[in-house]
Ligand binder design. Structure first.
Ligand SMILES: C[S@@+](CC[C@H](N)C(=O)[O-])C[C@H]1O[C@@H](n2cnc3c(N)ncnc32)[C@H](O)[C@@H]1O
Length: 262
């Protein structure tokens, strides 16, 4: 049996390297010049391998490894918000999801993971330099996981490609918008949301949340939830016990969940 085309390796400090198992000597970012197939193809899960000064452990390529080791360009949505988004959309097998913009494909990987083989995932992005990075991350995911949805990527601003979106699916069970401007996108695609479907807007600043809220109401969607998620990490204290770690509380975005009742 052929080895899987992608391997994930964990460094002692938690850094992840995602490596394509291609034969031939080439430069692998963070690991140097080597033949990946020759060096790694016989390494099993949990087994360690020394590359230069780095001790690497091979681990399965689950979502946390994929997102930690992903290629990045546009700012990505992280697990805190992505977990909320996929569960509040209520999406799973057989569902159809529309996502704009694809950015680096950070959120796209979470969506693909929950949809599995039977889902349909349509992504939209006007900037090719972003889409290239995202599509490479999704290629890795498709080749590394046993299930992956039918994926259509459409180039352009979402407001301008509604007819192309409709050729992929007439209606959607979930729509997620991570954009600088939400109202024009909501106006353009709210009618694509099926009855009982949800549209979520990811809004880094409050003015975006407010304008998205108004646009959803104007599009006859009900606001089901609005707010933000605050994550507080705990660690081991030096003198014993566990407690919240020192450091600032980060902000990611405000989230708006809108529902189509009829
Ligand atoms: C912050 S990034 C999205 C990041 C993505 N959610 C992730 O997790 O990797 C926002 C993206 O929206 C794209 N964008 C901006 N205006 C758009 C529009 N009208 N339609 C579709 N995408 C748009 C930008 O080019 C950018 O790539």
């Amino acid at each position: 049996m052929n080895p899987p085309p992608w391997y994930a390796f964990l460094e002692k400090d938690g850094k992840i390297h995602i490596v394509e198992m291609m034969p031939g000597v080439r430069k692998i970012k963070g690991l140097g010049v080597l033949d990946a197939f020759e060096t790694f193809s016989k390494i099993e899960y949990g087994e360690e391998v020394l590359v230069g000064q780095k001790v690497l452990t091979r681990v399965p390529m689950r979502l946390p490894e994929m997102t930690k080791g992903m290629l990045r360009r546009a700012q990505t949505i992280s697990a805190k918000d992505a977990g909320f988004i996929t569960s509040r959309l209520g999406i799973g097998p057989n569902d159809r999801v529309l996502e704009a913009g694809i950015g680096s494909g950070g959120l796209s990987m979470y969506i693909a993971r929950v949809l599995g083989n039977s889902g349909v995932h349509v992504t939209v992005e006007p900037r090719n330099e972003h889409a290239e990075v995202a599509l490479e991350n999704l290629r890795r995911a498709r080749e590394a996981w046993t299930e992956f949805p039918t994926h259509h990527h459409i180039e352009g601003a979402i407001e301008d490609v509604v007819d192309d979106i409709r050729t992929c699916s007439e209606y959607f069970d979930g729509i997620i918008l991570d954009l600088p401007e939400h109202p024009s996108a909501i106006n353009a695609v709210a009618s694509l949301l099926d009855i009982g479907g949800r549209l979520i807007c990811y809004c880094p600043v409050t003015s975006q949340l407010e304008s998205a809220w108004i646009a959803c109401e104007q599009a006859d969607l009900e606001i089901e939830w609005a707010g933000e998620l605050i994550e507080r990490q705990w660690g081991k204290a030096s003198k014993g016990g566990v407690r919240p770690v020192n450091g600032p509380f980060g902000h990611t975005a405000f989230l708006l969940v809108a529902y189509r009742r009829n």
